[in-house]
Design a protein around this ligand. Structure first.
Ligand code: TYM
Length: 328
């Protein structure tokens, strides 16, 4: 069975961008793959986090995994910090990564832009991400479009290790949705939808109140053509909304275009708002149930155990190949 690994940072509320770009595929892939889905708390601290918030948001992301349909009996759900081999392999792979490669990462450039002081952790973040993936020898990594460059670097690092120390790591493939790989901001379709945008009207979070979601969608920017047509080049705003629609209503782009042929944007937006809300309502109900029941701690415990079993084996082999003396 092919192995899958992915992770989401607990650095703010998850958006429908995270859901469509990544989580929805987590749910799909768990059916016929051996899956490891983690909350990447070690990545989150590459920018300052308030400890109480980090704790809350880590539990929130883990509970949202379950609420979104990841079944802990099928996939391992765990916190990155519960498996210390991530940090350990991260260090080893940092020594196989070049400064120039890290300097080219657009996520680093974006996050570092305009800052007087940038943490070293933010710079070496991609080596830790490579470790996350290679620790499990994952074949597939479900992510949104913005992680493609990190995946490319992971592939290069895997190849470099194999070349120097003998074939060991699988060279992983990204698994990216055809539509919705980059959900854009509701107020500016040239920017990725992101929870760190200061305008809350620009993003929809998975824990937003359904009434607020409908309002945000009704206010989303569109063009003045009043034509529901998927054309990301020329009609980026409406194409973004059609992409969201396709995912939340499980419809094809062609079906959506046909449904709204000859109509203005009003009915389209109204029904999109309803579709998002009706996808999110059961998810939120399950989320609150999970948080209340305390089941999360058992899930995270057994998820980390499953992950650690694989991680320990990888580390032994990596250390042996690199020339470390293994303890007795
Ligand atoms: P993060 O936490 O920023 O985002 C989690 C996942 O959501 C996707 N995503 C989006 N997809 C579509 N449209 C959007 N607007 C959007 N915003 C976010 C991201 O592409 C990602 O798949 N470095 C990673 C976390 C990570 C990881 C890993 C991922 C750490 N280790 C190992 C895979 C494998 C990150 O910052 O994702």
């Amino acid at each position: 069975m092919k192995r899958v690994l992915s992770g989401i940072q607990p650095s703010g509320q998850l958006t429908i961008g995270n859901y469509i770009g990544a989580m929805k595929n987590f749910v799909k892939l768990q059916e016929d793959h051996e899956c490891f889905f983690m909350v990447v708390d070690l990545h989150a601290i590459t920018v300052p986090q308030e400890p109480a918030m980090l704790r809350e948001q880590s539990e929130q992301v883990a509970a949202l995994y379950i609420a979104a349909g990841i079944d802990p009996t099928k996939a391992a759900i765990f916190l990155q910090s519960h498996v210390p081999q991530h940090a350990e392999l991260g260090w080893l792979l940092t020594t196989l990564t070049n400064m120039g490669e890290l300097e080219r990462m657009t996520q680093f450039k974006d996050k570092a832009a305009g800052k007087d002081s940038v943490g070293a952790g933010l710079f070496v973040y991609p080596s830790l991400m490579a470790a996350d993936i290679l620790l499990y020898n994952a074949d597939l990594v479900p992510v949104g479009d913005d992680q493609k460059q990190h995946l490319e670097l992971t592939r290069d690092i895997a190849g470099r290790f194999n070349h120097r120390f003998g074939e060991f790591f699988h060279v992983p493939e990204p698994y990216i949705p055809e539509v919705g790989a980059r959900i854009m901001s509701l107020d500016d379709a040239s920017k990725k939808m992101s929870k760190s945008n200061p305008n809350p009207g620009s993003f929809i979070t998975l824990l937003d109140d359904p009434a607020a979601i409908k309002k945000k969608i009704s206010r989303a920017k569109t063009d003045s053509e009043a034509l529901v047509k998927y054309d990301p080049q020329n009609k980026p705003e409406i194409s973004n909304l059609i992409g969201i629609y396709a995912h939340v209503a499980n419809m094809s782009i062609a079906e959506i275009e046909a449904k709204y042929e000859g109509q203005m944007y009003g009915p389209f937006k109204k029904e999109l708002g309803e579709a998002v809300a009706s996808m999110i309502e059961p998810l939120q109900a399950r989320y609150h149930e999970v948080r209340k029941s305390g089941e999360l701690y058992d899930v995270l415990h057994s998820g980390a155990e499953r992950a650690q079993e694989v991680a320990e084996k990888t580390m032994d082999e990596v250390k042996k190949r690199m020339g470390f003396v293994l303890p007795r």
